[in-house]
Design a protein around this ligand. Sequence first.
Ligand code: FAD
Length: 382
Amino acid sequence: MPDRSFLNWPFFEDRHRKLAERLDAWCAKNLPVDHRDVDAACRDLVSMLGRNGWLKPTALDPANPGPLDVRTLCITRETLARHDGLADFAFAMQGLGTGAISLFGTPDQQRWLEKTRAGEAISAFALSEPRSGSDVANMEMTAARDGNDYVLSGEKTWISNGGIADLYVVFARTGEAPGAKGISAFIVPAGTKDLGIAERLEVIAPHPLARLCFDNARVPASALIGKPGDGFRIAMSVLDVFRSTVGAAALGFARRALDESIKRVAERKLFGAPMAELQMVQGHIADMALDVDAAALLVYRAAWTKDTGAARVTREAAMAKLFATDKAQEVIDEAVQLHGGDGVRKGHIIESLYREIRALRIYEGASDVQKVVIARQVIGTA
Ligand SMILES: Cc1cc2nc3c(=O)[nH]c(=O)nc-3n(C[C@H](O)[C@H](O)[C@H](O)COP(=O)(O)OP(=O)(O)OC[C@H]3O[C@@H](n4cnc5c(N)ncnc54)[C@H](O)[C@@H]3O)c2cc1C
């Protein structure tokens, strides 16, 4: 029986424990889905998750506004990731894509959330550009005011859900000041004239991903989220909520790798006895279990700190993301080792975890960037 004792930790309330149990049972019945056509699989997953009510925590409820519950987001991501990486992706993007609208949108803009929470609209978060990924403050895409409109011009790349999204939250330079203080955020519906999909991008763990091009695409001034020049602060506030959840997804992948490895070493016989009796194998399992528990402590500490009223959790979220994603990579690598040839066989669960984990150490701030964030917080130069 997989270890779920972490759910007894004081970070959680009973509603979180019940959610983990109900979602796990639902996942066991409904996941994984067929990934061969990732666009179709993602559309189906969003619709399935929405119909069953699992997407509700991804965004504020316009009828009953309240803060996002980061522990719920983390438990959901961890559980989905343990069963199906693409299901976690579909869930996560509904939150990241609409985070700016939940946190800073007007009531009119928040009407989009009725659809995204129900799985009737797919959302995307468009921040990165070909020449500014880590260095977001140097983005080049512009949004120029023209009468009652803004005119968007430039490119965004690595945009998850690019090509299948119904709405994009797009960050562009409006020029109130140089650098970070001259960026604004906009809601751009798919189908906006002069917004095009320049290229679909393929990665080692396939999911919908694209480079977008804006060729003087026009949106009304009412598409602006917050005030002109607030875009960088909005993007960082969204990442402050969702960064710990990337750690939670990594934790889900790592737990699955550990659970599969425990089964493997109990069942497989080597040299006349179960592998589990070899002390070096026990050493691998101990390292994996330690990393999983330590990552869980950091992830749920960050989530609890945010939920219990901290205005910002920059340090906690960066630590959770950095540690959980880096350690999940190591845990999964050890699982490959314990599975021998099966660990690298195409289609094997361990092989797919090995591919799934890698990008989590790059997006929403690469591991090196998290170290810079932590150091600045600790030294006091942030
Ligand atoms: C699968 C996937 C999905 C993504 N989805 C989205 C999305 O939905 N929306 C979106 O806007 N973006 C998305 N991204 C983009 C992602 O956020 C960027 O790839 C990431 O921020 C890194 O930017 P870059 O690729 O331009 O690499 P670069 O910025 O060129 O960085 C390359 C490497 O340099 C190192 N580095 C960078 N800065 C520092 C520093 N300060 N100190 C030390 N080392 C440093 C790091 O090792 C980093 O990995 C996605 C990326 C991937 C791979």
